[in-house]
Each structure stands twice: as structure tokens, then as C-alpha cells.
Design a protein around this ligand. Structure first.
Ligand SMILES: NC(=O)c1ccc[n+]([C@@H]2O[C@H](COP(=O)([O-])OP(=O)(O)OC[C@H]3O[C@@H](n4cnc5c(N)ncnc54)[C@H](OP(=O)(O)O)[C@@H]3O)[C@@H](O)[C@H]2O)c1
Length: 243
């Protein structure tokens, strides 16, 4: 017997920061699940084109997410190109390490402009578009750093804790048509690990780092779930949040 169609079949889903790494893994997985994936990128045009080709010729959308005007233009382009939006995965983010005693205003804004402000305005613009066709699903990629305090990443941890509370507040604001959930990855390594990441992997009960496809699996779950599941956070972290 043929497999029943996936609940994501032909759903239009925009993934931000989808050129590389975790975002790429999410986009590829969604394409395999039958979704019509829209690929957002910032600077990585060549990698975005490669990901889009692997997703069966997915459309590409470029925007600097620091700018609300560019976010608005991107959602207008998604509407013009695809006509609707069923799912939004806010994956794009920045990550820096800085002693909190040394953090400058520019360091703070560098992180928060993308990790928190852009996530809010992508949720706002995505929800406005989803409501035109009856609703949709938003998944925000937060981080274990939004659940646990990391001393040299206080500015990053604050931005991701913000994403988690944004997820919960917008789940109430956008119900019942739109759900808002979050996936909080632990260590998802690419290439060689630095000393800090090595220590974290060693402390992970699963005794390994995770993969982009493991993050994507949780994203797929939320995108396909009913509207009875909203405002929830799932850590995909090999148990590290339980330490
Ligand atoms: N990797 C991990 O271990 C880990 C752990 C916990 C949480 N996470 C979270 O998982 C998500 C993906 O992680 P990752 O390591 O794959 O991320 P990443 O490679 O650091 O960043 C993903 C993408 O975000 C885009 N981006 C950043 N600033 C942008 C801007 N101003 N405008 C447009 N795009 C921008 C970049 O796109 P372009 O390259 O096209 O410019 C980049 O490729 C992030 O939310 C991250 O915080 C990751």
C-alpha cells in the first residue's frame, strides 16, 4: 500500500537562514516530506542556490534580517511568488562569545537585531500572511542557551530566552488559527569542535552531538501537529538540559 500523504504535502513553508548547516538540513527534510519550501538567505547565495536545487528548485528569497523593511519586502515577495504561507521556520541567527564585562552596545545589537527582533517581525509578517488563508504553523529555533545560562554568552542566552518567551506569548496572541512552537537545539556540530563544544558533548547524556536532521524531525512534528499543541518548547539536545 502506498504511504498516505504527509501532512506537509504541498504546504508552503519558508525557512530562514536555509543556505547552510541546520537551516539547510531543515529545508531538505521539509522537501522530502513533500512541502513547497521557500529558501531565505542573507549572504550565502551560492550555498542557498545549491540547497534550493536539492529541494527540487525551491524559490530563493534574500533579505538582511536586521532590517524590518527587508523582512516586510521578503514576505511580500513570498506572497507574490507562492501566493500563500502555511509554515514559517525562524532559523537564522548569530552566535558570539564575549565576556559580559566587555560586551559593547554594538555587540548586544549585533545579536539581538537578528536573534530576537527579526524573529518577532518575521512572526508578525508570517502570521499576517497565514491568516489570509485560514492559519498556519510557526516554529522558532531557539537554543539550549535560552534554557541554561552560559557565562560567556549572556547576550546570546538572553536573545534565545527572549525567543522562548516570544514563542509562548505569540502562541496565545495568534491562536487558534496559528500555532507557535520552538525547537531548542543542544550541540549540533559542524566540522571540528572547539574546547567549549567538546566539553558540552562530553557532558551530553547521549554522549554525542546532534544532527541537523534530528532538529528537522522536531520541526516537522510541530509543522504537522494540530492547533492543540502550541507555545511548547522541545529541546533536541541529547539530554544536556537535564544536567
Ligand atoms: N549549531 C548549533 O550547535 C546550535 C545550537 C543551539 C542553537 N542553534 C540555533 O539553530 C539555528 C541554526 O544554527 P546554525 O549553527 O546552523 O546557524 P548559523 O550557521 O550560525 O546561521 C544560520 C544562518 O543565519 C543567517 N543569518 C544570520 N544573520 C543574518 C542576517 N542579518 N540576515 C539574514 N540572514 C542571517 C545566515 O545566512 P547567510 O549565511 O545566508 O548570510 C546563516 O547561514 C540558529 O537559530 C542557532 O541559534 C544552533
Amino acid at each position: 500500500m502506498a504511504n498516505p500523504p504527509s501532512s506537509l504535502q504541498d504546504k508552503v513553508v519558508l525557512v530562514t537562514g536555509a543556505a547552510k548547516r541546520i537551516g539547510r538540513g531543515i529545508a531538505l527534510r521539509l522537501a522530502r516530506e513533500g512541502a513547497r519550501v521557500a529558501i531565505h538567505y542573507g549572504n550565502s547565495e551560492a550555498e542557498a542556490r545549491a540547497t534550493a536545487a536539492e529541494c527540487g528548485g525551491a524559490p530563493l528569497f534574500r533579505a538582511n534580517l536586521e532590517s524590518v523593511a527587508e523582512i516586510e519586502r521578503m514576505f511580500d515577495e513570498v506572497k507574490g511568488t507562492l501566493g500563500r504561507l502555511d509554515g514559517l521556520v525562524n532559523n537564522a541567527a548569530r552566535f558570539t562569545r564575549r565576556d559580559p564585562l566587555e560586551v559593547t552596545e554594538a555587540d548586544w545589537d549585533f545579536i539581538h537585531s537578528v536573534n530576537l527582533k527579526a524573529v518577532f517581525f518575521c512572526c508578525q509578517n508570517g502570521a499576517r500572511l497565514m491568516r489570509k488563508t485560514g492559519g498556519g504553523r510557526i516554529v522558532n529555533i531557539s537554543s539550549l542557551g535560552g534554557l541554561r545560562p552560559w557565562a560567556d554568552h549572556a547576550h546570546y542566552c538572553a536573545s534565545k530566552a527572549g525567543v522562548i518567551m516570544l514563542t509562548r506569548a505569540l502562541a496565545k496572541a495568534f491562536a487558534p488559527e496559528i500555532t507557535v512552537n520552538s525547537v531548542a537545539p543542544g550541540v549540533i556540530p559542524f566540522g571540528e569542535l572547539d574546547a567549549e563544544a567538546t566539553r558540552m558533548v562530553q557532558a551530553t547524556p547521549a554522549l554525542r552531538g546532534g544532527t541537523p536532521d534530528e532538529v528537522a524531525g522536531a520541526v516537522v512534528y510541530f509543522l504537522g501537529a494540530s492547533n492543540f499543541i502550541t507555545g511548547q518548547i522541545v529541546a533536541v539536545d541529547g539530554g544536556l538540559s537535564q544536567r
